[in-house]
Write a protein that binds this ligand. Structure first.
Ligand SMILES: [Zn+2]
Length: 245
């Protein structure tokens, strides 16, 4: 038999009967640690460092009888360097995708994609799949993913921001809420015929999406979205770094 000890952040992914205590089960000799953990309900995308009898071990490794396995959630990303994460959200996460795009985070979303298409795009483009569907995250070819515990879009946004150390109200440009392209500044004279006189009178700066041609300005909708993002940023514990405060 083998003993598995899961970090508290992971126990909500286990069946109820297996929570709150070490899980004792038999793992076949040919099964990898990854397969054994997924068989208990935790997708490989949610598995961080694993220690076997106190020694760090890759999840592709095998177990010996009596091994004690400690499983941790993924470590937060390094705070410096590297490209910002890019995401692909599943069909149920349209509102989360819009929040992320508003925050300038590259996020694909289309409610017509099925699981196989989503996994293929994620693999081809190196995107992290966002989903509340554990089965989707267990696709063998999915390179990276994030299981969202909440069903509430703003709480989901906070989960993603925390796990990937995203500053939602940073200096990055917003992306188009409809198609994920980056809107570009456009002269007021160019879009005057499309907008209401009161909008033209109230605002000087406008942006146009090169993908879907939608026009943006910082009106009441922009202010509500900005306030929502700022509230998520404020509610998070500050991102710690090695430098002194
Ligand atoms: Zn667009």
């Amino acid at each position: 038999m083998h003993e598995f000890i899961f970090h508290p952040e992971l126990t909500c992914l286990l069946p109820k009967a297996l929570r709150g205590h070490p899980v004792v089960c038999a793992v076949a000799p040919h099964q990898s640690i990854k397969h054994a953990i997924e068989a208990l309900g935790i997708p490989h995308t949610e598995i961080g460092p694993v220690a076997v009898n106190g020694q760090k071990r890759p999840i592709s490794g095998r177990l010996a009888p009596g091994d004690r396995v400690e499983v941790f959630p993924p470590a937060p990303p390094a705070l410096t360097g590297g490209n910002p994460p890019r995401f692909i959200a599943d069909a149920h996460l349209g509102r989360l995708a819009r929040y992320l795009r508003f925050a300038g985070v590259d996020t694909l979303w289309k409610n017509a994609w099925d699981d196989a298409e989503l996994v293929a795009i994620a693999a081809r483009e190196g995107r992290i799949a966002l989903t509340c569907d554990r089965a989707l995250l267990m696709h063998r070819t999915l390179p990276a993913g994030c299981y969202l515990r909440s069903r509430q879009p703003r709480t989901q946004l906070a989960e993603v921001a925390r796990r990937y150390a995203l500053a939602l109200c940073g200096p990055q440009a917003s992306r188009c809420l409809e198609c994920n392209e980056v809107p570009l500044p456009v002269a007021k004279t160019e879009i005057a015929a499309e907008l209401l006189p009161r909008t033209l009178a109230a605002f000087e700066q406008f942006w146009r999406c090169p993908g879907c041609r939608r026009t943006y300005w910082r009106g009441s909708h922009w202010q509500r979205m900005q306030a929502a993002l700022a509230a998520v940023d404020r509610a998070r514990p500050p991102i710690s770094s090695s430098s002194a405060a």
